[in-house]
Every structure is written in structure tokens, then in C-alpha cells.
Design a protein around this ligand. Structure first.
Ligand code: UD1
Length: 363
């Protein structure tokens, strides 16, 4: 079996790591195509090096652009790659512009498409990721769902026949790296200046267009982070840095301490060292849950609804709407006692993904 993975953005590289490792233990051929959606070393190269992912076989180098330009550039570049490689499966990951472009290019070439992390829904059509998920699911041949909830969404959309419960490959990588961090196999993470890892601090990230692109909203969210009673380590995504600069908004203020994005093991170590997490990232909500830290999510909804059980994750659409003391108490709340269970599987999803692709190919 020849499988061609299309990746391009940071969260896809995290998911690629366990998949590449699972393929490495089989006779199958695994070809990696990097679209180049993320090109900063912090968002791309450090994930290949740090997670032991083989270097991409093909790099499309599409870079940034409007949604149409970025998606179109991947589409245009994929024809030749798929013509040359003729894989048995094109495997696409998650919900970025690289995902929908990879899926569509394969469909146009009559090549079977498998979608990893299928069936996630926010039901918020303002999110570019929501369009990407729905379109990708409806054009894919094999839908690899991470959760029962995702399986239900797919069934509701008439896609049950093509859907399989695979579990979540992010558990595979998160638990593996957690154990390595605890065993002292990784250096201490480069936290922002002013953060003492031995004292309580919160870990924060912010990158969703809905939070970063409107200057008033961005200023208000940053002010509510800066006013928290504990130091906040803000790992700033390039989109956040770019928008803040564009609008003349200072990131470093009050209790906010700004640093660069971390490699994956550094992020896991930082979550473990933190007293809790504040984020708008889908991946980090789940990593906080898996690593046993309370998370406050600056969004009106989440695709990862299982994290809300028992108060592990709480949605805070507008922190500035809460009285300051209430926001402070929420963001700094301790990890709950409630059992978390294993709604995302046991950390064996990648091997199951390979099996499901073998089975589906046999028909
Ligand atoms: C993308 C995904 C999002 C995912 C996120 C993880 C889409 C629609 N969105 O959002 O689902 O959660 O990745 O990070 O695909 N930039 C750089 N250097 C880079 C990459 C981007 O400076 O290496 C800048 C771009 O110039 C642009 C901004 O960051 O201004 C946004 O990048 P883009 O890849 O379009 O979307 P993300 O916000 O990263």
C-alpha cells in the first residue's frame, strides 16, 4: 500500500508524527508532502526534528496568502505530485486550508482520500476550519473519526458508511512525549522572560482570526490576560504578533510575558509545569485535558466537547465580559477532581489508522 500524507500547518505535523512512526513498522510506502502553509522554523522544522518525523519527500512551498490564494496554490501544485506518485490513499489531516486542498486535488484525480480527525464540528460557520472540515468529510472515502461524538456528527450528515472510529492520534504522541519529559529526556522549555517555572504561572496561546484580527477584541483579551493575578506565559503565534504590530497593540503588558512558540516536547513540559492553560487552540485544549491541567478556552464553542465534562475545560467567549474577580478565579482554578476517562482512546490510534486503511483498500 502506498499512502501519501499531505500536511502543512503545525497541528498536522504533531498528528503526522505517530502516523509516520506507525507506517515505519510496516512494509507500506509512506510519502510525505509538506504544502509549506507554515514555513517559520518555530511552526514547522522543529516538529520534524523534535518528533523524529522523516523529512518531507515533496515541499510545495505555498506560504501565506488569503484563504483562496493559499488553498488554490496547494491545489495547483498537487496535480503533478499526485500524477507522479499515484498513491493508493491520499491521507489528509484535520481542518486547515492544506487539508481541504489536499482532499480536493485527490478527488479530482480519482484517488481515494482518507481524512484523519473526521467528524469534528463547531457548528460555527464563521470559522475557516469548519468549512474545511465539512467539505473534506463530504469528499473523502474513508472518515477516520477520533471520538464517538465525531461518529455521531458524521452519521447525522449521512456519512456513517464511510466512517470508522479510529481514536485520536494526538493521545499517542502526547502521552509518549509526556513520559519522555517526565523521564528527563528533553531539556527544560524556553519559557518567556519573567516566568519562573518553579512558581505558579498560566500558559496562554491566542491565534484564531476571531480573536486576533479585530483590534478592539484583541486589546480587550490581552488586557484581561495581563490583569490576572499570576504571571501568564504567552507563546505568541506569528498571526498574533503580526496583527498586534499592525494595530499598534503591545503584547507585553501587566502580568503578560511574551515568548516564542515552543517545540512539541517543550509545550508538553510547559503545560506540566503550569498551573493551568488559557487558549483558543483546539490542540492545546486537549493537551491540557490529557496532561491534567484546567483549561479556559477563549471561544464560544469547542469541537472537543469531552474536555468540558467535569469542568476540565470551560468556555469563556469574552473574558472582558466577566467581572475581573470572577475571570481571575476561573482562569486560576485548580485542576478538578473529576475523573477524565479516556474519551480520546488509549494512545494506540495511529496503528489502528493503518489497519483501517488496509481494510478499506481490500474492500
Ligand atoms: C492555521 C490553520 C488553523 C490552525 C493553525 C495552527 C487554516 C485556515 N488555519 O492557522 O486551523 O489552528 O494553522 O497554527 O488553515 N505565518 C507566519 N509564519 C508561518 C505561518 C504563518 O508568519 O510559518 C503568518 C502568516 O503570514 C499569516 C498568519 O501567520 O499572517 C496566518 O497563517 P495561516 O497559515 O494562514 O493560518 P494560521 O492562523 O496559522
Amino acid at each position: 500500500m502506498k499512502v501519501l500524507s499531505v500536511v502543512g500547518a503545525r497541528p498536522q505535523l504533531v498528528k503526522l508524527a505517530p502516523i509516520a512512526a506507525a507506517f515505519a513498522g510496516t512494509p507500506h510506502q509512506h510519502v510525505i508532502v509538506h504544502t509549506g502553509q507554515h514555513y517559520d522554523a518555530d511552526l514547522s522544522d522543529v516538529f520534524f526534528d523534535g518528533l523524529g518525523i522523516p523529512a518531507p519527500d515533496v515541499h510545495l512551498g505555498v506560504g501565506s496568502g488569503s484563504h483562496g490564494v493559499q488553498t488554490g496554490a496547494v491545489l495547483a501544485a498537487m496535480d503533478k505530485v499526485l500524477e507522479d506518485e499515484r498513491p493508493d490513499w491520499v491521507l489528509v489531516y484535520g481542518d486547515t486550508n492544506s487539508t481541504v486542498a489536499g482532499a480536493l486535488s485527490a478527488v479530482k484525480m480519482h484517488l481515494p482520500v482518507a481524512h484523519l480527525e473526521a467528524g469534528l464540528r463547531s457548528f460555527n460557520r464563521r470559522m475557516p476550519e469548519e468549512h474545511n472540515r465539512v467539505l473534506t468529510d463530504h469528499c473523502a472515502d474513508l472518515l477516520l473519526a477520533p471520538t464517538e461524538e465525531a461518529m455521531r456528527h458524521l452519521a447525522d450528515e449521512g456519512l456513517a458508511d464511510r466512517s470508522r472510529l479510529a481514536g485520536d492520534v494526538m493521545v499517542d504522541i502526547c502521552l509518549r512525549i509526556r513520559d519522555a519529559v517526565k523521564a528527563g529526556e528533553h531539556p527544560a522549555p524556553a519559557l518567556p522572560e519573567g516566568i519562573d517555572p518553579a512558581a505558579p504561572f498560566l500558559l496562554a496561546t491566542l491565534h484564531r482570526p476571531d480573536n486576533t484580527d479585530d483590534p478592539e477584541r484583541l486589546s480587550a483579551i490581552l488586557a484581561s490576560l495581563a490583569a490576572l493575578p499570576v504571571p501568564v506565559a504567552l507563546l505568541a503565534h506569528p498571526r498574533l504578533v503580526a496583527r498586534a504590530e499592525e494595530h499598534g497593540i503591545k503584547l507585553q503588558q501587566g502580568n503578560l510575558h511574551v515568548g516564542r512558540p515552543l517545540p512539541y516536547a517543550g509545550l508538553v513540559a510547559a503545560v506540566l509545569a503550569s498551573a493551568g492553560v488559557v487558549t483558543d487552540s483546539g490542540g492545546l485544549q486537549k493537551e491540557a485535558f490529557l496532561l491534567g491541567r484546567a483549561c479556559s478556552t477563549v471561544r464560544p464553542e469547542t469541537e472537543w466537547v469531552e474536555t468540558l465534562e467535569g469542568g476540565w475545560n470551560v468556555l469563556v467567549p469574552d473574558p472582558q465580559d466577566l467581572p475581573a474577580a470572577e475571570w481571575a478565579a476561573l482562569a486560576t482554578r485548580p485542576a478538578p477532581d473529576a475523573p477524565r476517562g479516556t474519551p480520546y482512546g488509549e494512545g494506540t490510534a495511529a496503528v489502528r489508522v493503518v489497519q483501517l486503511m488496509e481494510e478499506a483498500l481490500r474492500g
